[in-house]
Design a binder for this molecule. Structure first.
Ligand code: NAP
Length: 303
């Protein structure tokens, strides 16, 4: 914690007064030095925010700083893209600067705390399910590591869209909560499933990869956006070619997808799962909870 000058506002950018921000595993990776170099420090952490723009509009801040034209219409494919807190100061502050095009209207139905959960974890889940999975409603989707920010979003959005959602989690209480949230069933990590699934949603990585590969029907797909427990498990190549599996990487989403996600939350009466709301001054407790996995859903910080 400390005093920092007001953020610099390049041409085409505006300053947003932050009303709520949310923690992502990305912030822990940054603290560990992953995805950032020393020459960029000091930098303010935080990818996600909802707040008020200079004209008084309630907005959600899209975290992907990139040029859609350089990415064939998708800013996440711009080779030079970054997320807030990677090259530009992030959202764990009273003010954050962002390109004007990155501001998405906040639906009135969502609180600032709820809206602040959408830009990273929930947007990533939205793209994994609705763009990358290729699965139609009614298909069975396995979510590994049910309690995380992305995973809880996958359960809620998957349930809302009519998928049969199965989940795994390390904790019994977390498995129960996954079912309360809308998972059809929840299993211990590595458990043999009643039948093979159409799609697996991976955020855990090394600890669950072998189970993910073995849990798929022939022709099934793993959509992977993260590797919290490690990124170098045995690749299971024989199983992948022999049962004709697909492995699809997924990262964040576009500004327009964030807008549609916000609308989906409003239309379908869906709300992000919030584990706890902490004042920014207690951010450290939030980081500690995420580090030990002592959470279910998103940790929100308010300035
Ligand atoms: N590519 C992208 O755009 C993108 C976007 C968002 C997140 N991510 C990545 O996706 C991952 C999840 O992010 P998040 O913000 O949702 O994190 P999070 O809220 O901290 O969730 C992590 C979850 O991983 C699960 N997990 C299961 N086995 C684990 C193990 N052995 N060690 C550690 N965790 C284990 C835990 O679920 P249980 O305790 O229920 O088992 C835990 O709650 C991170 O690696 C993050 O970097 C990527």
């Amino acid at each position: 914690m400390g005093e920092r000058p007001d953020p610099a506002v390049p041409n085409g950018w505006v300053t947003v007064t932050v009303k709520a921000a949310s923690l992502n595993h990305h912030d822990l990776w940054t603290l560990r030095g992953v995805g950032i170099s020393a020459d960029r420090l000091p930098i303010v952490l935080g990818c996600d925010a909802a707040g008020v723009d200079p004209d008084g509009n309630e907005v959600i801040v899209h975290s992907v700083i990139g040029d859609p034209d350089a990415g064939g219409g998708d800013e996440t494919l711009d080779p030079r893209r970054s997320l807030l807190s990677e090259r530009h100061d992030g959202t764990f502050a009273q003010k954050v600067a962002a390109p004007r095009r990155n501001l998405v209207p906040k639906p009135a139905a969502l609180s600032f705390e709820e809206a602040a959960c959408l830009p990273t974890a929930w947007l990533t889940a939205y793209r994994m399910l609705f763009e990358k999975s290729g699965a139609e409603p009614g298909a069975t989707v396995l979510v590994q590591g049910a309690s995380g920010g992305v995973a809880t979003a996958l359960i809620v959005l998957g349930r809302t869209a009519g998928y049969r959602v199965w989940a795994t989690s390390r904790g019994e209480a977390k498995r129960e909560r996954a079912v309360e949230l809308g998972a059809d069933r929840a299993f211990e990590p590595g458990a043999r499933l009643p039948e093979r699934v159409d799609v697996v949603m991976e955020t855990v990585g090394q600890a669950t990869w072998a189970h993910s590969v073995r849990s798929l029907k022939p022709g099934g797909r793993i959509v992977i956006c993260g590797a919290t427990s490690g990124d170098a498990p045995p690749a299971e190549l024989t199983r992948i070619f022999f049962t004709q599996l697909s492995v699809t990487g997924s990262t964040m989403g576009t500004r327009d997808q964030l807008g549609r996600l916000a609308r989906l939350c409003e239309q379908a009466d869906v709300r992000p799962v919030i584990d706890r709301v902490l004042p920014l001054a207690q951010a450290r407790d939030g980081f500690a909870a995420m580090l030990t996995g002592d959470l279910f859903g998103k940790i929100v910080l308010v300035p």
